[in-house]
Design a protein around this ligand. Structure first.
Ligand SMILES: [Ca+2]
Ligand SMILES: [Ca+2]
Ligand SMILES: [Ca+2]
Ligand SMILES: [Ca+2]
Length: 341
């Protein structure tokens, strides 16, 4: 290779491998420790927003080996703050902790004494702590607690490497691979599928949360859960009596009596719009005297199972800052299963 070209490429590599100011580099990742306090959902949204400022995909930090844990201990110590959200939750299934950025179940953990303990049945998010009793160890905490947080994004060098290898695969398809693909396609059929803990109805999958969240945090968490399956997710749309009936039956067997659904009149008072489609609601199932926009501050909608109060799976408008469980929705994926498999 031309020596000048080699020097040029080395210089380029060095430039591209760095992290922005106030981010710390570790292997092929950049980490950022926040100064502000947020809920888990708020922290996740801000990591994504900050990452997009650099044109990169960012999330809450994945700490999936002892080397990453040790690397983060120094900046956590120097920060002077006592607790940082990392991207680990058991929000879907109690005691199964999953990394938000990859959807993978955690193998490495660094729990503090008697953690995780899911105190009051309501601790589904993980905090990296530095305080007496919990020195550089993790605790499970309520996702609505306000904590500092650690964001993570890939270095540009890492991204470009992946892009190059992808291009090689696309540009040099082997004849044998193409024949194999055609052969497999002939043997497959299409099924709609929902992941574990999601319920399938028609072309949709629904998830009933265990966590109580504000409307905006519920929306972010639905999007996060969908992203783990590479699908667009939102808070559920109930635009027909058929869907209302299906979901009402599941609510009767769930652990909660009040779930956010994805309709609101945040923009124009009295004009209710579905968040996933932007369409005005035509099917509505209001409870008695609802919507009443009480105190001029009720713009989000909850489906209620409270017959004593006259709400038999009917809807109420409520303040968007109320903490409620919520129903997420995403498309049922089309998966290909070999018929002769
Ligand atoms: Ca838990
Ligand atoms: Ca705990
Ligand atoms: Ca209203
Ligand atoms: Ca109301």
């Amino acid at each position: 290779m031309n020596i000048q070209l080699l020097i040029f490429l080395t210089a380029l590599t060095t430039v591209f491998a760095v992290c922005p100011t106030n981010w710390s580099a570790h292997n092929d990742r950049c980490f950022f420790l926040s100064k502000d306090n947020e809920t888990l959902a708020g922290a996740l949204k801000l990591c994504q927003a900050i990452g997009s400022q650099y044109g990169r995909t960012a999330s809450l930090a994945t700490v999936d080996d002892v080397a990453t844990q040790k690397f983060l201990e120094n900046p956590v110590k120097q920060s002077g703050y006592h607790g940082f959200y990392i991207g680990l939750t058991d929000i879907v299934e109690e005691d199964t902790f999953v990394w938000i950025s990859s959807g993978k179940t955690a193998t490495y953990t660094n729990w503090g004494t008697i953690q995780p303990n899911n105190r009051y049945g309501n601790e589904n998010c993980v905090v990296f702590r530095n305080e007496p009793g919990y020195v550089m160890t993790w605790t499970d905490d309520p996702c609505t607690d306000l904590n500092n947080y650690i964001c993570e994004m890939a270095t540009p060098l890492y991204k470009s490497k992946k892009l190059v290898s992808l291009q090689i695969i696309i540009n040099q398809p082997s004849k044998m691979n193409i024949q194999l693909l055609i052969f497999l396609a002939a043997l497959t059929t299409v099924f709609a599928a929902c992941p574990a803990h999601w319920s399938g109805h028609r072309d949709k999958c629904y998830f009933f949360s265990r966590d109580n969240e504000t409307f905006s945090d519920a929306l972010i968490l639905c999007e996060m859960l969908g992203a783990q399956y590479r699908r667009p997710a939102s808070i559920a749309t109930i635009d027909s009596a058929n869907t209302q009936k299906y979901l009402a039956n599941l609510i009767r067997h769930s652990g909660s009596n009040a779930y956010y659904i994805g309709v609101n009149d945040i923009v124009n008072e009295g004009e209710f719009v579905w968040i996933s489609s932007g369409q005005n609601a035509t099917y509505l199932n209001w409870g008695p005297d609802q919507p009443n926009n009480r105190w001029g501050n009720e713009n989000c909608v909850v489906i209620r199972n409270d017959p004593g109060q006259g709400f038999d799976m009917t809807w109420t408008d409520d303040p968007c800052t109320d903490l409620n469980t919520y129903i997420c929705e995403m498309p049922a994926a089309e998966i290909h299963i070999p018929i002769l498999g």
